[in-house]
Design a protein around this ligand. Structure first.
Ligand code: PLP
Length: 351
């Protein structure tokens, strides 16, 4: 493997002079800030948000770095991991020329983001057991393949990919391997963040939207070499993480213990719900899950989905997705929500 960041970065991005914000040009102590055309009178709220936030999110990166065991220069923060996904396409893939590989069934935004950026998608579908098809994957890679997208634990299948398979891809691909670890906190697998020292071509994505319970604040993270992070920083909008999010995230990051408690509860309920589904007469399979949801193969999946809607319960219908035929994806809810779902399922059987 010979990874060369210079070679993989788009020409226009290499040449780009990034926007220099008022907050970039002056960040010291001062009394009077008349440099950013903010409203000096305040905000129509009790707490003021009239000043632009720190474009480098230094405080969050510092705290996050301690939690994750990595230095701040290896952290990029996005407006959700969806922004990180888009920025990876925009930084490394030449529209109309380059391609990327995805392994469906997987998270839908890789393909949507590729399409928005006019990047060709090549698909190496997962095997029956939802693991990587390395033989097929290898045949898809050519000189214009810039990114390989791996999602582990995978959405919507719920399983973690075999570590040795991921390492095989990392060791043999000259482009960037993105491992999306949105659900890693629910998994027995350990994160690849600590592997960054060995793989200059690795980007690990995580998010505060799942285990941390902060989907509404929109904070996604990319962990990578300082070189890759520098490029994402160049391309991002200057104030992509707003002030309210920065403040609330800083507070939330104090509560690792509370988050770990929630993870334990959700994982226990996931296993309990898996047992409940397995005992249902028309369930053909409950796939093992390393995430906060279950993929359930069940007869008449679409009809059940619609029946549950009439009861005010929304699942994710994946029955039209290749390899997920007749499958519903069920997020683990609160105890009460899970009970309501199980009761509604009993009603379905009692019709
Ligand atoms: C695998 C995966 N990656 C990323 C995301 C998006 O995360 P964020 O809320 O940080 O944009 C999701 C959301 O469902 C997901 O399932």
């Amino acid at each position: 493997m010979s990874f060369n960041l210079e070679q993989i970065t788009r020409e226009n991005i290499k040449k780009l002079t990034p926007y220099s914000s008022a907050r970039d040009e002056f960040s010291g102590e001062a009394k009077v800030f008349l440099d950013a055309n903010e409203n000096s009178l305040g905000s129509p709220l009790t707490k003021w948000y009239n000043r632009y936030p720190d474009p480098h999110q230094r405080a969050i990166k510092e705290k996050l770095g301690r939690i994750k065991g990595i230095a701040p220069e290896h952290i990029f923060l996005g407006n959700g991991s969806d922004e990180c996904i888009d920025l990876l396409f925009r930084s490394f893939c030449e529209p109309g020329k380059d391609n990327v590989v995805i392994c469906p069934p997987t998270y839908g935004m890789y393909e949507v983001s590729a399409n928005i950026n006019d990047i060709a998608i090549r698909k190496a579908p997962l095997l029956e057991d939802f693991q990587l098809n390395l033989v097929h994957l290898e045949t898809l890679v050519d000189a214009n393949t810039k990114l390989i997208w791996l999602c582990s634990p995978n959405n919507p299948t719920g399983n973690a990919l075999n570590r040795a398979d991921i390492e095989m891809v990392l060791n043999n691909f000259n482009g960037i391997v993105v491992i999306d670890e949105a659900y890693i906190n629910f998994s027995k697998q350990k994160t690849f963040i600590q592997e960054l020292v060995d793989y200059p071509n690795l980007v690990v994505l995580q998010t505060l939207s799942k285990a941390w319970g902060l989907a509404g604040l929109r904070l996604g993270m990319a962990f990578a070499s300082a070189g890759i992070i520098g490029i994402l920083d160049k391309v991002k909008p200057p104030y992509n993480i707003n002030q309210a999010t920065q403040e609330l995230v800083l507070k939330a990051l104090e509560e690792v213990g509370q988050v770990n408690d929630m993870i334990r509860i959700l994982v226990d309920m996931r296993e309990a719900m898996a047992e409940v589904f397995r005992s249902m007469p028309t369930v053909e399979k409950v796939y093992p899950s390393d995430a906060n949801f279950l993929l359930v193969k069940i007869k008449e999946a679409r009809n059940i989905y619609e029946f549950l809607l009439t009861k005010g319960i929304v699942l994710r219908d994946r029955s039209n997705v290749t390899l997920c035929e007749d499958c519903l994806r069920v997020t683990i809810g609160t105890e009460k929500e899970n009970t309501l779902l199980v009761e509604a399922m009993h009603e379905w059987y009692a019709r």
